[in-house]
Ligand binder design. Sequence first.
Ligand code: DOR
Ligand code: ZN
Ligand code: ZN
Length: 351
Amino acid sequence: MSEITLPGLVDVHTHLRVPGGEHKEDFATGTAAALAGGFTTLLAMPNTTPPLTTPQVMEEAFQQAQADTRCELGLFAGASPEQIGQLPALAPYAVGLKIYLNDTFGPLRVEDLPTLTSCFQSWPQEKIIAMHAEKQSVAIGIGLAATFNRPVHFCHISRRQEIELIDFAKRRGLPVTCEVSPHHLYLTQADAVRLGPLGDMRPLLGTQDDVDALWDHINDTIDCIATDHAPHTLEEKRAASPPPGVPGLETSLPLMLTAVQQGRLALSRLIELMSTNPRRIFNLPEQPDTRVDVDMLPYRINSNTLLTKCGWTPFDGMEVIGQVRRVQLRGEIVYEKGLSIAPPGSGQMLS
Ligand code: DOR
Ligand code: ZN
Ligand code: ZN
């Protein structure tokens, strides 16, 4: 197998930094990186500056995204106690609602029960709720999904205790789904020491036992692979109090294809995790005449050839298998041999 063809991949967890963080990434550079990584649909997170919690900021971000995106793109609205009454007005611009229950980059956080309850009561039923929930916060999310009988998607699950609880919940028939990020499948606390700030993200890298538990559930409990592409500049990462987060759009597919090559994952399962399941869970449209051609040859990940504006990766120098050669989106060649061809604004907005 020296060349394979995949459907357009979907990343349900990307940080594109507009508004306020355009020096890290913007809609045009982030979606170029997406195409280079085989993704033709992205869902972007709301922890921007200011965050996507008011109709005005949300509408402006939507319009900027429409002008700049090179692939299909949807935005998450953000939940905040101060703007909780605005949720219905945010919904027309959003594919889902993101609730942050634990500390991470930026101030967006929900820490009180009345706000959480309002989210479940006033966010439109047909649009999904996604949560950044770690450790016992996962139990809060499962309890709310059960109580209000509506789907909850857990972002970047990283620990044995979390994936095992979600496994229990699913066996009980509760409407929960989850994603795992490749850095949590490939790196441990030992790598965090080696990488320093370039290996710092939320959730933190886990133990080998956590990593083993994630791989043990790759064929059942895990629904999606999501990049959690979280670009920060090298200058920011090397400063005092570096922000957490690592880029991932251009390394996730080769890392997962390397697992396929090693016999840890079936190619058909990779397609479910990176395309079929995300489309179903987030109710995203099919993309006709869309394909990703990949050379199944070994190569070394190289920070210097990345299209993301931040220009680095914690996987620099790693040998992987699977390089995206060409991407066709709705009949047009949008990426070929290292070059993003799709012009800004040629992608479609999802809402
Ligand atoms: O490491 C992280 N960085 N985790 C998150 O949840 C947010 C992200 C960011 O926005 O940089
Ligand atoms: Zn998060
Ligand atoms: Zn994130």
